[in-house]
Design a protein. Sequence first.
Length: 229
Amino acid sequence: MSEIRVEFLSKRYGETTALDGVSLTFPEGSFTALLGPSGCGKTTMLRLIAGFEAPSEGRVLFGKMLVADPTRQLPPEARNVGVVFQSYALWPHMDVAENVAYPLKARHVSSADIPARVAAVLDIVGLRGFEKRRIDELSGGQRQRVALARCLIAEARIILFDEPLANLDMHLRSSMVDAFREVHRRTGATIVYVTHDQAEALALADRVAVMSKGQLLQAATPQEIYRSP
Ligand code: ADP
Ligand code: ADP
C-alpha cells in the first residue's frame, strides 16, 4: 500500500509547466531525495502526492490504488500521508505534548492512550521528557523535532519532507540528519524528501531523484551518483 507511483505526471499553472511528464516509483519503505534547483518542480510533486493539488495530466497511485488523476482525487485527509514543511507551524501557547497530540484530536483516540503515544514519538525524535516544555523555550532544532513528532503520531505510512532543514544552521543540520535516519529506521515509512542540497540528499537518502525544469533527469542510489561523471 505504501509504494508510491507517479505516471506521466504533469502540472501546469497558467503558462508555467511546473511538472512535465514525470514517471517514478518510490518503493515501499524507501527513502528518496528529490533533488534539484529552486523552481524545478520538487514541491509541486509533493503537493500532488499529498493531494493539495490535482494533476493536469497523469496519475498518482499508492500501491494498486489510484489516488489522483485529472478527473478524480482522493482528499488529503484520506491519504494517510504525513507532511513536514520548513516552517514548523507549531502552536506557541501549547506545550510540547499538546502540540504533538494535536492530530489525534480529530481521530477519536482515547485520551488514556495519548500520553504513551506522545512519549513514543518523542523518543524517536530524541525529545524524551520534553512533554511539558513550552515551544518558545525551545531551539530551532528542537522545534523541528516537535514538528516531526507531531507528524509521526498519526502513524502515516508515507511521510513527505519539504526542505525541513532550510531554516537551521550547519551544526543543527547534521544532528537532524541523524534524526531523519532514525525516523526512517523506526517507522519503515516510505519517505520523500525535497532538498536543493546535494550533500544533504546523498547523506540521507537510499535513492536520489534528480529533477530539472519539471522533468526527471536521473534516479539512482547515492553510490551510483558518486560513480557517475
Ligand atoms: P521547487 O520546489 O523545485 O522550488 P516548485 O514546485 O515550487 O519548485 O515550482 C515549480 C514551478 O512552478 C516554478 O516555476 C514555480 O514558480 C511554479 N509554481 C509553483 N506553484 C505555483 C502556483 N501556485 N502558481 C503558479 N506557479 C507556481
Ligand atoms: P513491526 O515492524 O514490528 O511490525 P510496525 O511497523 O507496526 O512494527 O511499527 C513499530 C512501531 O512503530 C509501532 O509502535 C508503531 O505504532 C510505530 N510506527 C509505525 N509506523 C509509524 C509511523 N509512520 N510513525 C510513527 N510511529 C510509527
